[in-house]
Design a protein around this ligand. Sequence first.
Ligand code: IVH
Length: 676
Amino acid sequence: MKNDSEQLKVRAEELRREINYHNYRYYVLDDPVISDAEYDRLVAELKNLENEYPWLDHPASPTKKVGAAPARAFSPRKHSLPMYSLENSFSLHEVRDFVHRVQKQIAHTDPTFWAEPKLDGLAVEVIYEQGIYTAASTRGDGYVGEDVTENVRTIRNLPLSLFHLDFLPRYLEVRGEVVIPKNEFVRLNDFKARKGEKVFANPRNAAAGSVRQLDPAITASRPLYFFAYGTGLVNFPEDLGWNTQEEIAGGLKELGLPVVQGGRICFDLGQIEACYQEQLKKREQSAFDIDGLVLKVNELNLQDLLGFTSRAPRWALALKFPALQGKTRLKDIQVQVGRTGVLTPVAILEPLSLGGVVVSRASLHNENEIRNKDLKIGDSVLVQRAGDVIPEVLRPFKQERTGTELDFVFPGDCPACGSQVARLNHEVALRCLNLSCPARLEQGLIYFVSKQGLDIEGLGRKWIRILVDKGLLRSPADIFRLSREDLLPLERMGEKLARNILDSIALARQNVTLPKLIAALGIRHVGAQTAKKLAEHFPDLDMLAAADEEALQRIEEVGPEVAGSIVKFFRNPENQKLLQELKKLGLWPVYRPRGRKDLPLQGKKTVFTGALKTLTREKARQRVEDLGGKVLSSITGNVDLVVVGENPGSKLARAQSLGVKTISEEDFLRLIEDSD
Ligand code: IVH
């Protein structure tokens, strides 16, 4: 017995170590070495062990990310060292003054500056004792914060135990920002808007609101991330050699912590400016909201000499990006009909430029939002591009009202087809109930061809609208029947454009997979993730269409609402007809599980070099992943295969010198086709 329990304990520890390591590869190094399925298997095995033998359980187990019982209120938690704020600046002139001030105050020294993105989220302090996560608190007033230990524990990329290097930190306070990705913020707001709840104004509020939930299970359900940018009190048994910000960032990363990406040393104002310009350029593509650049004197001994004012360090400065907010006029509120028939009010704005993008429309989500914000047609309003992307009306300037502003009245009929609108099952949203409403058809098609669906490049919103108008598209199946002769007579359509569109359709048809097709159908509550799970259980659309709610709910992640929506979708005669048409067209993918050992690139690390003639890099990467492989960016001895395009450059020589197998683009295409 003793032996058995000893073995179980060893296995649980082994699994924890392995899972921690894979979390680190995935979240910190961004370079996973096993497939999602293999990872899921490890976690499932550990969860089973912990459930079956509760004495094996451990508070720092990587399975502890589900959320503890709700609290009544957060208790206060005092910081060992105050958590200061940052001095803000808005121009390079102010940065120059800051650099001069620093140089003057610590004359005869030679400070360098650590520059890194300023993430816009919620500041938290996370505490590890003997390498184990023990507590977390918000900044609060800088001296006393709120104890959010149970909530922060659920953050997916935060390790609950640190790597034991040669040493073990006895006590470590890590400071950083909790953030939510911009696209997840949009999804969360969509979800809230559909339920008629108040939406978050920006990703920062979404992150802060998610951490400050009394029920940690809600925090656990939100896609939060933590990135470290510094330390509070630290107590290591020996000198770690952390003498600079750069070494802190490197050291935290070595301990397994995710740190703010993109930090670098600047020697002078010119380099700081270059760094600022570079970050500004990356701002829009960044997955997270970045609102500026943080500059810190790099050397910790010089930081000590500079000290603090009452609210901020003298050794640091935030250089903020231009605000993405502005004032304009709300000219009108129009109602748009979505693919599920939901009527959404949209603000029509006097166009204004925010960060180089002209904004003229913004979703107002639902009737409640208009009422809550007290918006009237004709108001002057404050508009922001929340999360750098989505335009949002924040509030009216009520003091500027002249009395000519008009209240908005929600229409009783569908603005696109004139049919009756209604609220279903106590929903907040009003819906058009006409299944063949042209606006619903159009939105459904736009979704079908979008990135969330089959990703048909070149066939965007504009062309869909025209094709629906001309009666050329009456269902998604019609897309695959389009011909050159259909397209050429359209205004602004040329020979080349028509060819591109038809090529993209052909490519999408060739690359269609079951998860993609399920997602493209636009079933309510079924996004990419759920579509993948469904495909894993029902290998084609007939099987999925035949599944009842009970069978669907046996899948993890599929609750009654999702199951109900799937069944309803396939019961609809219009949708049944669509399935028949897709089948006739041969658009009938059968699910091939990823991670199967007989996939041709299973476990193979692949690198591309040179220009590819027939595929974009992104498509090529997708295909490699579909075939079980992984794409890396640089060549090491671990790489299994190098695909060589035109003008391959130095990677080819390196591959040859390491004896790594190389194949041409043509061979690669053959490999892909053979496995279709
Ligand atoms: S360093 C003594 N670095 O910005 C304060 N802060 O506006 C040292 N923030 O409360 C802070 N990204 O929460 C630092 N890379 C970064 C940051 C960052 C975001 C936040 C931080 C701070 C706030 C001040």
